[in-house]
Write a new protein. Structure first.
Lengths: 265, 433
């Protein structure tokens, strides 16, 4: 495996340099073990195509998204304004996020508080790199004959009308793409949004992630793909619930891209 | 002459009574807080044309979409005929548009007849779906006796109106063929022509049938008009302004509360002088007067079709939350507050509130904010905005979030992450473990 070098903004600034793009890792991407792997894969992609990037590292803080969705507007705006100060201090212009929630919050809710940046989600970056011919699906694992279904994260899909970008990363593979009945604008939530990730669900007859994974598994896929760390947790738990971790992999599109291009070797 | 006077009086009474009730609803909607939706008029007009006139969001359910289209077009087009009926009623004329419009009149009447038949087909199919097939979408905790009866009353009223319209035409047609006085020939009757053989042959009986149906039809329309403000069926009017005033921002974007921005800025910078903001005294919403007028217009626009609830992940998995109930509760509470003002004056306060009396905490905390409900709504109603404002009240005014969310708030505040990790470890992922 090629060595992964991840520069921080502070390190670049010390050298008097600035990056093309800031990679906003997010809390899940920073701390959740499963999501950390996706974070490293996004870095591998950035490094592979030679984009000069940096992360904030310890200077990054929660965007405030879970606080806002849970009704704590004070905490959200405190987080937002602190983050905007950090971003503006480094004169950040362009941001790629590894999480649809960070993406939505910085892109849509920060401008009203004075934070104006060009924000893209990593699926959009991958799509762009594919379109520019900088990313292919060669030199790595073959997905030939594999059946893949994509789960739309709410804050990427319905929240921001990004439906095709994550699919572009899958269409380039020689795989069989199958859609769940509830896909794109009709996609069913994984159950984590609106701060549900951080609480027990209310009383009901079924967990939402089970409802969702039932639908995905009914297609008998080899891979359930998504592009959100929270969906990743919920869907993986769903697969585990049926003891199907061996047959069905839940993967982020960044991981699939890295595998297809052999960037992990 | 006497009949014309009676008709005039009925018309005036019907329109007066309708106007009074519409103004009450407008007053109730204006109990909400201000929100500016006057920007981008061109874009708004396009949304209204597409979503309300064009019914573009109905097509996700094709069967309902086609049936609803019959009733919708029928409703809009047959109203042209009502204009003629009113003029005939006021001046004692018979089919006054027939002579000036000539051949085109035949085309008009023929198309009204076909539409009336399609409306009949549509509403009967709707009755079957609700009462015989018992579609799941039309059930749920909020679908109590009244909402179910309301739907059936409207559908049966439309069956009766369309039947009267076609029977009237059938008798008229037969009288025209007989050369009866006053029944000057006019119109083409492709549907009622098939019914006319079923009617009696006596001219006197036919006139009684024709007049009875004419009166039943027009008085029925006035009654229907006056039923609208009491019914979920008010959507036929509010769908248009409600889509015009749609939220045009991405669905994922939730509004930033300006009043909070002022306080946060003052906290971060003591020299900050806040710009005045027009918001109510509370953070978030406890009752309908804390919501915006658009939230309340949404509530009065809801026709309880249940598309929102049928796609809600919380509801699908058996939780108490139903976005349709959120809208119905909001409307019912707004109506209750309005009635209180009418009875006891503006200052009267009862001991009820939207949160708790109508909508429980369990409901608002079950939402995943996934926007499936707002996407599904054919008239761009936003139940999520109301849920969010109720949460804001519970959290910022009462500190009544579920305990695990309070932990999350604490973590965000102290560690800059929703979990209990040290901010110093934020870059540890850089080293593969």
């Amino acid at each position: 495996m090629k060595d992964l070098t991840v520069p921080t903004m502070a390190e670049l600034a010390a050298k008097g340099e600035s990056p093309e793009i800031l990679f906003w890792v997010g809390c899940a991407g920073s701390f959740d073990e499963r999501a950390q792997k996706i974070t490293r894969d996004i870095c591998r992609i950035l490094q592979h195509v030679g984009i000069k990037y940096a992360v904030l590292g310890t200077e990054e803080s929660c965007t405030g998204d879970p606080a806002k969705r849970a009704g704590n507007e004070f905490l959200f705006q405190m987080q937002a304004m602190t983050n905007i100060q950090t971003l503006d201090a480094y004169e950040i212009k362009k941001i790629v996020t590894g999480c649809p929630h960070c993406f939505n919050t910085i892109k849509n809710e920060y401008p009203g508080l004075g934070g104006n940046y060009e924000v893209i989600h990593h699926s959009q970056l991958i799509q762009q790199l594919i379109d520019e011919g900088k990313l292919k699906a060669e030199g790595g694992e073959s997905f030939k004959g594999k059946k893949i279904t994509f789960h739309d994260p709410c804050y990427l899909g319905r929240g921001n009308n990004v439906y095709e970008a994550p699919r572009a990363a899958l269409e380039i593979l020689d795989a069989e793409l199958v859609e769940m009945k509830r896909c794109r604008s009709n996609g069913l939530c994984c159950g984590a949004g609106g701060a549900q990730m951080f609480k027990e669900p209310e009383k009901g007859v079924k967990d939402i992630n089970i409802e969702r994974i039932d639908e995905a598994l009914s297609l008998q896929p080899n891979i359930v793909a998504s592009s959100c760390p929270f969906c990743m947790t919920m869907l993986s738990d769903g697969v585990k619930n049926y003891n199907k971790e061996q047959e069905v992999k839940v993967l982020d599109i960044a991981e699939i891209t890295v595998k297809a291009n052999g960037l992990d070797r | 002459m006497l009949l014309q006077v009676i008709f005039l009086l009925i018309s005036i009474a019907a329109i007066t009574f309708f106007t009074i009730n519409v103004r009450k609803i407008a007053r109730n909607i204006n109990l909400g807080r201000p929100v500016d939706r006057s920007d981008r008029p061109g874009e708004r007009m396009m949304v209204m044309l597409k979503v309300a006139f064009g019914q573009t969001k109905m097509v996700k359910r094709p069967i309902a979409a086609v049936l609803h289209l019959f009733v919708y077009i029928g409703f809009v087009i047959i109203n042209i005929e009502v204009l003629e009926i009113i003029i005939d009623g006021l001046f004692g004329t018979h089919r006054i548009f027939a002579a000036p419009l000539g051949g085109f009149y035949n085309v008009l009447i023929a198309s009204f007849e076909i539409l009336a038949a399609l409306v009949l087909f549509g509403v009967i199919a709707f009755l079957v779906r609700r009462n015989i097939l018992k579609l799941q979408r039309f059930t749920g905790v909020e679908m109590t006796e009244w909402p179910k009866s309301d739907a059936n009353i409207i559908l049966i009223a439309e069956v009766l109106l369309m039947s009267a319209f076609l029977t009237m035409n059938a008798a008229d047609y037969k009288l025209q063929l007989m050369g009866a006085a006053h029944y000057t020939p006019g119109g083409s009757f492709p549907v009622s022509g098939l019914l006319s053989p079923l009617l009696p042959e006596s001219q006197g009986a036919l006139i009684v049938i024709e007049r009875a149906c004419w009166w039943f039809h027009i008085v029925g329309i006035f009654a229907f008009l006056n039923y609208l403000p009491y019914s979920k069926h008010f959507h036929i009017l509010l769908a248009f302004p409600n889509t015009y005033y749609s939220n045009l921002e991405p669905k994922g974007e939730f509004n930033n509360m300006a009043v909070v921005t002022n306080e946060v800025k003052a906290m971060l910078d003591p020299s900050f002088v806040p710009a005045p903001v027009e918001e109510g005294g509370r953070f978030g919403a406890k009752d309908i007067s804390d919501l915006t007028w658009k939230n309340l217009m949404d509530a009065y626009t809801c026709t309880e079709c249940g598309r929102c609830t049928s796609v809600c992940p919380a509801n699908i998995t058996g939780k108490l939350l139903s976005p349709r109930k959120i809208m119905m509760d909001t409307r019912d509470r707004a109506t209750e507050v309005g009635n209180n003002i009418d009875r006891h004056g503006k200052e009267y306060k009862d001991d009820k509130t939207l949160l708790d009396t109508y909508i429980s905490r369990e409901e608002i905390w079950a939402c995943t904010s996934c926007n499936a409900c707002t996407e599904a709504c054919p008239v761009n109603i936003d139940p999520l905005a109301i849920i969010m404002d109720l949460r804001r009240y519970a959290v910022m005014e009462e500190s009544q979030a579920p305990a695990s969310l309070n932990n999350m708030f604490g973590n965000v505040e102290n560690n800059g992450a929703p979990w209990k990790y040290s901010p110093a470890d934020r870059l540890n992922w850089r080293v593969e473990s």
